[in-house]
Design a protein around this ligand. Structure first.
Ligand code: ADP
Ligand code: MG
Length: 215
């Protein structure tokens, strides 16, 4: 399998589907400690990406990530729109002319996550999407450094994303709307951590399937 933008339509479709399937659950999470709009915000962005799918498939990674980032920024709105937008725009800036192997992707994704940390003035342990994104970025870098087989890296990424999402349940929120609740923010999974995990697991699912499919 070559990791090329031609994969984007099926990746975007998988994300669209997983968010649709879990919309009610995520809305309930954002209602518990936020304002309840997270899924609607995100779905607006994903629908815009679905509409751009064919166009995105023709671009190189730098241009595709730039376009995805701008679409997320303008179509999603809310805190998550600018954060997801920042992730992809920073990935675009970090993209280089080279075959996109695991190590290159791990570095590019990590640059994106670093930009989200700066933009949100947040770090791991604050009950946000970063509690999924940071360990996933670290796992990718570690997998690349250790020369782990791609199929195993994908499995590890999915497990890491789920563990990160689960870890937000008992955290105290110190960023975003949930922080207004202080101690009462504990006991609920963060909505942005949940959608990040769902999207990452959906991406892993598509890639794992491609990996085992006959060429
Ligand atoms: P809003 O909070 O503006 O209504 P959304 O509901 O779309 O925006 O997104 C909320 C999610 O954004 C949270 O669940 C959290 O994961 C993430 N988030 C909010 N603030 C920050 C921040 N400063 N850094 C990182 N992530 C954040
Ligand atoms: Mg919200």
């Amino acid at each position: 399998m070559q990791f090329v933008p031609a994969l984007l339509p099926s990746l975007i479709q998988a994300i669209d589907q997983v968010i649709e399937t879990n919309a009610e659950e995520v809305t309930a999470l954002d209602q518990a400690i936020g304002d309840g709009d997270h899924v609607t915000n995100l779905q607006r962005g994903i629908k815009a990406l679905v509409a751009q799918s064919d166009e995105l498939a023709q671009l190189d990674w730098a241009a595709a990530w730039q376009k995805i980032g701008m679409t997320m920024m303008t179509a999603v709105g809310g805190a998550s729109g600018s954060l997801y937008g920042t992730l992809f725009v920073a990935m675009s800036k970090a993209a280089r002319e080279q075959p996109l192997d695991l190590q290159a992707f791990a570095e590019i994704f990590s640059s994106g996550v670093d930009a989200v940390k700066l933009r949100g003035k947040a770090d791991a342990g604050e009950k946000t999407m970063l509690d999924v994104l940071i360990p996933v970025a670290a796992g990718l870098r570690q997998g690349a450094a250790d020369g782990v087989a791609l199929a195993d890296v994908l499995g590890n990424v999915a497990r890491t994303a789920i563990a990160g999402m689960e870890s937000t349940r008992d955290m105290l929120a110190t960023k975003g709307r949930a922080s207004f609740l202080e101690e009462r923010s504990r006991g609920h999974i963060d909505a942005g951590a949940k959608t990040s995990q769902l999207m990452i697991c959906a991406l892993v699912g598509v890639l794992a399937e491609r990996l085992t499919a006959p060429a």
